[in-house]
Ligand binder design. Structure first.
Ligand SMILES: [Zn+2]
Ligand SMILES: [Zn+2]
Length: 256
């Protein structure tokens, strides 16, 4: 599995089974074609798309023209090329894997995630711009309640799941996470490990879901320490879980 860097901080995830390649959210077609050219015999057969934003779909036209790959994407969203529409509960076969589609609205209205069990390895999750390591996507088209419910769905997956996020936002997310939970020891240890990886020029991803549950404030918005921090910051008592989550997300939006 390869996180192919694109633009400033995107990753295009590539999986290979024998000669067959699967790409996720190819915002940059040229980057994928150059990668394919370096892999003798590799053929791009399937593209999974999580949501319609250009940094995830900008390469679709070029890649479909060059390879004829099938494109699988959210039923509720329009993409630059025709695609097989999928929604919650659908499954997509690719090589030995069956990708389960999970609706995760919030960042966009139709955002989907793809999860699969992998024989002899930990499961894989492609979650686009919904879940980041130590963070979550901005609410462009959905509500805080929707995003919270979407993150709850992902949080219920097996804790060994490898989380393949679409952006390298980890270190800046961790600065915010530390402001929210300064006393979280696993968070401090994870931040050190991620800083070391970035210093070597390596991705911090994939992350592991169990790790995220221990350090990601957006997966921990009901935790007493996170609640207390949000309340200290806003000086408001949230009415419910969704409002507390919304306040946490707004705090992050203005955090520098
Ligand atoms: Zn996006
Ligand atoms: Zn993005």
């Amino acid at each position: 599995m390869t996180p192919l860097p694109a633009f400033a901080d995107n990753y295009i995830w590539l999986l290979q089974h024998q000669q067959q390649v699967l790409a996720v959210d190819p915002g940059d077609g040229q980057a994928v074609l150059q990668w394919l050219a370096r892999e003798p015999g590799a053929q791009l057969g399937t593209i999974l798309v999580t949501h319609h934003h250009a940094d995830h779909t900008g390469g679709l036209v070029q890649l479909v023209q060059a390879t004829g790959a099938r494109v699988v994407g959210p039923a509720l969203e329009t993409l630059p090329v025709p695609h097989s529409p999928v929604a919650d509960g659908d499954s997509v076969g690719w090589g030995p894997l069956q990708w389960q589609v999970i609706d995760v609205p919030g960042h966009t209205a139709g955002h989907v995630a793809y999860w699969a069990q992998v024989e002899g390895q930990d499961p894989l999750l492609f979650c686009g711009d919904t879940l980041f390591s130590a963070g979550c996507g901005r609410l462009f088209e959905g509500t805080a309640a929707q995003m919270l419910a979407s993150l709850d769905r992902l949080a219920a997956l097996p804790t060994s799941t490898r989380v393949c996020c679409a952006h390298e936002y980890t270190l800046s997310n961790l600065r915010f996470a530390r402001a929210v939970e300064p006393d979280n020891a696993p968070l401090a240890a994870y931040e050190q490990a991620c800083a070391a990886r970035r210093a070597q020029g390596s991705p911090t991803l994939p992350s592991v879901l169990g790790q995220e549950l221990a350090i990601n404030p957006f997966l921990r918005s009901r935790h007493p320490a996170v609640r207390a921090a949000v309340q200290r910051h806003t000086r408001l008592l949230p009415q419910d879980d969704a409002q507390a989550f919304a306040q946490l997300r707004e705090w992050k939006n203005e955090f520098r």
